[in-house]
Design a protein around this ligand. Structure first.
Ligand SMILES: NC(=O)C1=CN([C@@H]2O[C@H](COP(=O)(O)OP(=O)(O)OC[C@H]3O[C@@H](n4cnc5c(N)ncnc54)[C@H](OP(=O)(O)O)[C@@H]3O)[C@@H](O)[C@H]2O)C=CC1
Ligand SMILES: CC(C)(CO)C(=O)C(=O)O
Length: 304
């Protein structure tokens, strides 16, 4: 298949390398246009994979069957909007990021949209190499009605970078992941700790789970507070040694995804006339930290 991967960072390079290895005609799309995209990945098994793949080729983009978007949530709508006029009317857009709210920022379009989450873990090391730390599961599903017939894409992706599962109700899965991120990520920043140590702050975890369950219920994704608490306990245990992506962003003085995690939860709560005091407090803590370094810099990479 002809594929363009928009955003060639940690996740983007995992997918570029896996899809290229699988024999697809794949290119990367970089913020600063270059004809070549360097892929440099250390696999989970410790193997070192390097490719030079084409990049930012408009003809390739125009014939792409799908656009895999592996950007940070706040980079998505600006970058996708710019490329929309060059996409085939039926080019599927696959959004793979933490948080929610990006789809609502896109205009009404003919292209089918698929949304997903992943539990793969990867980061860029000091030499610029992408270290694939742990395999995981990517869950995708239709975000627009015209994407409901595209479940075969889960197989295409699974053959390249397993596991990939198609979900008929992907919105519910994305909400559960959002709830987990809304608890774990900001608490790890507040206490400047790895995920496992967040378990010490049980009272705050419980209050945040109650707030998330309340909003989910109003949104029509019913989950009990107890099951959310149990699920988040499992994630804390499974990722105990990880530094959350939000804490990594704060330490590196990068813009965080807070507006698409707790910020999104707060916006949906407001629409239902609900107050989320714990989320509000954490949101403000993270925004203050972000502001402290963004005020002193030219700002952000990308299009924010
Ligand atoms: N890494 C992981 O293990 C996991 C990540 N996720 C989620 O996946 C998403 C992607 O994460 P990750 O891969 O780590 O993020 P990265 O920051 O590593 O990758 C994003 C890439 O997109 C580039 N970029 C920014 N703006 C544009 C643009 N306008 N056009 C083209 N490229 C652009 C960035 O370049 P530059 O830096 O030059 O701006 C960067 O290389 C996030 O939502 C994250 O939370 C989810 C689970 C696991
Ligand atoms: C699940 C968790 C918290 C793993 O670190 C994550 O998704 C993140 O760091 O953004």
């Amino acid at each position: 298949m002809n594929i363009t991967v928009l955003g060639c960072g940690s996740l983007g390079q995992l997918w570029l390398s896996a899809l290229h290895y699988q024999g697809h005609n794949v290119q990367g799309w970089l913020r600063v246009p270059q004809q070549v995209c360097h892929v440099d990945v250390q696999t989970v098994e410790g193997e070192h994979v390097r490719y030079q793949l084409p990049a930012n080729n408009a003809a390739h983009l125009g014939k792409s069957h799908f656009l895999l978007v592996t950007l940070k949530a706040w980079q998505v709508s600006g970058a996708v909007r710019t490329l929309l006029p060059q996409l085939k009317p039926d080019c599927t857009i696959i959004l793979l990021h933490n948080g929610l709210g990006t789809r609502e920022e896109l205009p009404a379009i003919s292209q089918p949209i698929i949304q997903g989450t992943t539990t793969h873990a990867a980061y860029r090391d000091a030499h610029g190499r992408i270290i694939h730390v742990a395999n995981g599961t990517t869950r995708i599903g239709a975000a627009t009605a015209n994407a409901q017939s595209l479940s075969y894409l889960a197989e295409v992706l699974h053959d390249a970078l397993p596991d990939v599962a198609w979900h008929n109700n992907i919105a519910a899965s994305c909400w559960i992941k959002l709830a987990a991120n809304s608890v774990l990520n900001p608490l790890s920043v507040k206490y400047d700790c790895v995920n496992g140590q967040v378990a010490r702050y049980q009272t705050e975890i419980e209050a945040l789970c109650r707030e998330a369950a309340m909003v989910m219920d109003r949104e029509g994704y019913h989950t009990s507070y107890e099951s959310l608490l149990f699920f988040i306990g499992q994630i804390i245990a499974a990722t105990a040694k990880n530094t959350s992506s939000m804490l990594q962003d704060i330490r590196a003085q990068r813009h965080t995804e807070i507006d698409y995690i707790n910020g999104f939860l707060l916006r949906r709560a407001r629409a239902h006339g609900l107050c989320l005091p714990e989320n509000q407090r954490l949101y403000e803590i993270i925004k203050r930290k972000e502001d402290s370094y963004e005020r002193n810099s030219t700002g952000l990479s990308g299009e924010w």
